[in-house]
Ligand binder design. Sequence first.
Ligand code: HEM
Length: 468
Amino acid sequence: MTLVVDQVSVAAGHRSNHRPPQLKGLPVVGLLPELRRDPLRFFTRVARDHGGAVELHFGLDRVTMLNDPVMIRHVLQDNRLNYEKSKFYDMMRSVLGEGIFLAEGEDWLGQRKTASRSFQGCQLRRMTDAMQDAVDDMLQRWQAPAAQQGTLDMVPEMMRVTLDILMRTLFSVRLEGEHEAVFPAMTRVLRDAERRIWSPFATPRWLPTANNRGVKEALATLDSFVYGLIDQRRAEGSRHSGEAGEGAGGDLLDLLMANQDGRSDKRLRDQILSMILAGHETTANALAWCWYMLSLHPESLRRVRTECRSVLGGRRPDFADLAKLTYTRSVFDEVLRLYPPLWTFSRTAVAKDRIGDLEIAAGTNVMLNMFAVHRRPELWDNPEGFDPGRFDPETGDPRRRFAYFPFSDGPRTCLGERFAVLESLIAISAVVQRFDLQLVPGQEVKPEPMITLRPSGLLMRPVPVTEG
Ligand code: HEM
């Protein structure tokens, strides 16, 4: 793999200041019609044709898309205090409120410090068993469809297992049937937020339209789920050792409750819901894409299966085993390159700034679009091809930071990255040793760009595999 970071960034050495080139589109609506037709293709093309930085006009909004790793590093790391979450995140405020995802400044730092304690290596090590239990329950559920040559709808399947893992490890509860309400409710609010981000003419939330009523009901479902968790924990008392392992002490819910400092339950609800949303939908999409890609690339599937068998031989993995699954990990990394579950995000410049010779005015919305950057031909050989080898720790190119950032980067990088990788490796290694997931023919599987990037539909047939 060749990463041509330096050449792309040559412009940063010039002294003269300039604004990025502008793409204006049609009068009034700007590029909105093109964007709405196919957002992924649109942004990929813009990044390919216009390179490092380009200003895009969408109706009344202007967004500066940064596609150069040096510029991305500037925003996420070098001068990150100048870049706050943009106004587009406000569409998510009714769900995420004041939780970690939207918080800024001291409030964010405090929440980050508290929650980080649940994601330290020793905590993750303790969670391995609970993660494996949730995956085993899923494999058990798959026995019946496998015996009857039935099919699985992989997106809800993955949502269910990742939510189950999250609830067992961070909140010490087992889901009974609640995911069936939580999953459609999440989908509903995400779809609504996504529509509002790209549509300046969306109906106001207070109008009693069918959509607004549906979103309100979905929020009520999520609220009742989360307040139910809080009530249950209060009834049981804190210092829950939970399924995260004997002697694990408090789980994330205990930590959040202990740090409430007399603040409202609404704030606690925001923190919990932010973690649930950030933590299950993303990994579920990553895993769904993984099954899709492995079904299209049987040689990769064979190598993954061989590696998992040779490292684990059918037994439960322990924490140390997972580091040995290097090819499996490369497959996962490559899936995240092609289908980053959070495929784009944005920041707003607080004060004016300079990135090399590029002027950024105060108030500029900058967009970092992983989907497009991960496919720039200047940065990646064969950008559209599936090639896990580029992430091989021995032979792959290590100069990929900020050209590859599915978990973001810098101080505000994904808090759950190691958790996500751990649960994914556990799920992949367990599934490939037991089942072949075969794509049901005749489907057109397309990425559906909401806030997250889901496959539009993914039906697969679980076929048991025999040893050897
Ligand atoms: C493959 C799975 C995942 C991907 C691709 C992913 C990606 C990301 C990205 C790109 C961000 C930055 C968003 C922004 O700044 O606007 C983020 C933030 C975050 N993620 Fe993840 N994530 C994944 C899984 C998880 C999991 C499993 C958890 C928790 C269990 C989690 C918790 C968080 C939290 C709490 C934040 C906010 C961090 C902060 O603002 O300080 N994520 N994630």
